[in-house]
Design a protein around this ligand. Structure first.
Ligand SMILES: [Zn+2]
Ligand SMILES: [Zn+2]
Length: 280
């Protein structure tokens, strides 16, 4: 299993961090977990052109996690020699979001269908949406996936994916605070990917920006670096992979973030930048 951080950013724009997205390669599957800003550019950086993406998993429907899903759908469609529907697995609400997205893309789709006979023959742009709930599980080829409830309230439902292949387990959490569902998902995982923020920096910056009060609200529903490390420790994880850095991580700051996590977790800790990967 190879896990690549495609984007380590957040809703806050960054010149160096793409939006949240992680590539999981296992068996014959190339799964993209969340599809934030710049995901298609980063897929190319990971040597994974969109036609080779086999499935999309969405942890939740916050804009930073879905804003470039349309780019994957369109680019995969027009760059594929044969039309294979793109499976999208996400929480309840995903179908409504994707229907809206396809409506947005419908004019572009009709232009391309009018122009290209092979795209017409293949029957157009296709996605298959699967709304999945905590407690369910499914199989993609030789890869097993189970769905776990996370806690990002007031955003609900939100989910995480435990992905297993050949005895190797990757636990992919989206935005969440520590909770029982997260602990179940991470139990004895080889890799635990967690979106995190730095509470100390958020509290420092909040008084300096006009939207400071709203900025402070984000502390309610994300894991801090320390909480992610505590979860990794509690769940006997091998490698903790941090992503979705709030505020955006500055080049050279990785060691500082890693040191904060190391106070609570003695295993391996991986901190970006974009396109960092781990493999087992
Ligand atoms: Zn987020
Ligand atoms: Zn979120």
């Amino acid at each position: 299993m190879k896990i690549t951080l495609l984007g380590t950013g957040s809703p806050l724009p960054s010149a160096t961090c793409a939006g949240p997205s992680t590539l999981v390669q296992a068996g014959d599957q190339n799964i993209v977990v969340d599809a934030g800003r710049g995901v298609v550019m980063r897929l190319l950086g990971a040597m994974m052109p969109p036609p080779f993406v086999t499935a999309i998993f969405l942890t939740h429907l916050h804009s930073d996690h879905i804003c470039d899903l349309n780019d994957i759908i369109t680019t995969r469609w027009i760059a594929s020699p044969a039309a294979t529907p793109l499976p999208i697995y996400g929480p309840v609400g995903t179908k409504k979001m994707v229907d809206g997205l396809l409506a947005m893309l419908s004019q572009d789709e009709s232009y391309r269908l009018d122009h290209h006979a092979d795209l017409r023959a293949a029957g157009g742009m296709k996605v298959e949406v699967h709304e999945v709930e905590a407690g369910s599980s499914f199989q993609l080829g030789e890869v097993s996936i189970s769905i776990h409830a996370t806690d990002h309230r007031p955003v609900a439902p939100t989910i995480g994916f435990r992905i297993e292949h050949n005895g190797v387990v990757g636990a992919l959490a989206g935005d969440t605070i520590p909770c029982d569902g997260l602990y179940q998902m991470c139990e004895n995982a080889d890799f635990y990917v967690q979106t995190v923020l730095r509470e100390d920096l958020v509290r420092t910056f909040a008084p300096l920006v006009p939207t400071g009060d709203r900025f402070l609200d984000i502390l309610d529903y994300h894991s801090t670096v320390q909480q992610a490390a505590q979860t990794a420790s509690k769940c006997n994880v091998q490698t903790l992979v941090l992503t979705h850095f709030v505020p955006a991580i500055q080049p050279g700051q990785e060691g500082e973030w890693k040191a904060m996590a190391a106070e609570h977790f003695s295993g391996e800790i991986v901190v970006g930048p974009d396109l960092t990967s781990v493999e087992k």
